[in-house]
Design a binder for this molecule. Structure first.
Ligand SMILES: C[S@@+](CC[C@H](N)C(=O)[O-])C[C@H]1O[C@@H](n2cnc3c(N)ncnc32)[C@H](O)[C@@H]1O
Length: 383
């Protein structure tokens, strides 16, 4: 089946939480009818049931993780299979695996086509490892031990403001943990980002016109999935892929396979020390939200010194809408709080402040068909 961009997560679409669509009237009703809850319904269920479904979301998260880790979706790609066949193939207990798959099927992830026989559904397709936009690694990294430990510390983080990673793993930041302390978790995280970001990258490519740029530097571009897509679409464009040395070391095969390696320089380093100079475009996709303002101002100021006059700074991030408006970025912001020190999603006003503090001004914010926007800036010549 075709893998589509994550349009369903964009800001204008209510989010699905455990099969519950968030309702824009969701907050108003209980306030208006505090003593009349038996008549109040949220998406067809009473408020207490709706709340309970949200509170137990971790049961679903972890069940998806089990199916993802065991590679169940890959085993079903040729057609339905009995759990008696699946369980020994993945080294699981038949009755236990059956109960997990039955629960997932009740949410439309897999379907029980005959007693104890399961098949893929549209959602389960995304748990295959061999489809574009696969979310299998994302499920696995979201339930990885370090993530659980950070989320387990959330109450403490909220009370003290102290980030979890430093305390739990004695590292300066999450990327030090992923590259140096637990490279296996790091490799899974990188793979997850490729799957998760590929749909978002496509949305960026469709929404933003890169044609005025001649040399584009992808700052912290990972293995170069976004840059490779941009270079493939704009054949005259030169690219520079910049990320930590351990990360860019693995970029060659991807750039070769996309046929853009000859137009892409690969540079390893830390953006807290240096950033390749001379580009007339600097793109940072899902980077600014990993860091607090002080750190962002450091690397954005370095770009300010490195960028060609009239060059464009392009920050690809979610822009948090005001008030109760549902947006995927609002919960992602809590994930940022849990796993990064200072990481956060930002509002439009906060992006204006950040750009200004680093010597840029925002020229426009281009929405995409995914939850992210391209925040475009130029050097602020008044500073
Ligand atoms: C969430 S990933 C985003 C990857 C890519 N931009 C994308 O959109 O797919 C964050 C990236 O930041 C990189 N990174 C973290 N700290 C860095 C640093 N000090 N210097 C350069 N890159 C860094 C990581 O190695 C990782 O590739």
């Amino acid at each position: 089946m075709p893998i589509t961009p994550l349009e369903s997560l964009n800001s204008s679409t209510p989010q699905d939480v455990n099969g519950l669509s968030e309702d824009r009237d969701f907050k108003a009703r209980p306030l208006q009818q505090p003593n009349n809850s038996e008549h109040s319904q949220i998406n067809g269920v009473p408020p207490a049931v709706a709340l309970m479904q949200m509170m137990t979301g971790v049961w679903l998260t972890q069940s998806i993780y089990v199916a993802a880790s065991l590679g169940i979706a890959d085993l079903l790609k040729e057609g339905a299979k009995s759990v008696d066949e699946l369980a020994p193939a993945v080294g699981a207990q038949t009755s236990h695996l059956y109960r997990v798959l039955r629960a997932l099927a009740s949410f439309g992830i897999f379907t029980e086509v005959a007693p104890r026989q399961f098949a893929l559904t549209e959602m389960a397709e995304y748990l295959r490892s061999d489809v574009p936009g696969s979310l299998r690694s994302l499920s696995m990294t979201m339930s990885d031990e370090w993530q659980w430990n950070c989320w387990g510390d959330l109450l403490n983080i909220v009370k003290t403001g102290q980030p979890a990673m430093q305390k739990l793993y004695q590292v300066n930041d999450t990327f030090e943990y992923l590259t140096q302390k637990n490279p296996q978790a790091g490799a899974l995280f990188d793979k997850a980002m490729i799957g998760w970001c590929s749909a978002i990258h496509l949305a960026v490519l469709n929404a933003y016109d890169f044609s005025g740029i001649h040399k584009l530097v992808d700052v912290a571009g990972g293995h170069g999935t976004l840059l490779a897509s941009i270079l493939a679409k704009y054949p005259y464009l030169q690219g520079v892929l910049f990320d930590l040395p351990q990360v860019v070391a693995g970029a060659g095969p991807l750039l070769e396979s996309r046929g853009v390696a000859d137009r892409c320089e690969v540079v390893g380093g830390s953006f807290f020390e240096t950033i390749p100079a001379g580009g007339d475009g600097y793109i940072l996709s899902h980077i600014v939200h990993d860091w607090g303002d002080e750190d962002c101002i450091k690397f954005l100021s370095t770009i300010r010194r490195a960028i060609a006059p009239h060059g464009k700074l392009l920050v690809v991030e979610m822009v948090i809408p005001p008030g109760d408006t549902p947006h995927f970025g609002k919960l992602l912001d809590v994930e940022m709080m849990a796993i990064f020190s200072g990481g956060r999603e930002r509002t439009e006003a906060e992006y204006h402040q950040l750009f200004q503090a680093a010597g840029f001004q925002i020229t426009r914010i281009v929405p995409t068909a995914s939850p992210v926007s391209v925040i475009e800036g130029v050097v602020d010549l008044n500073r």
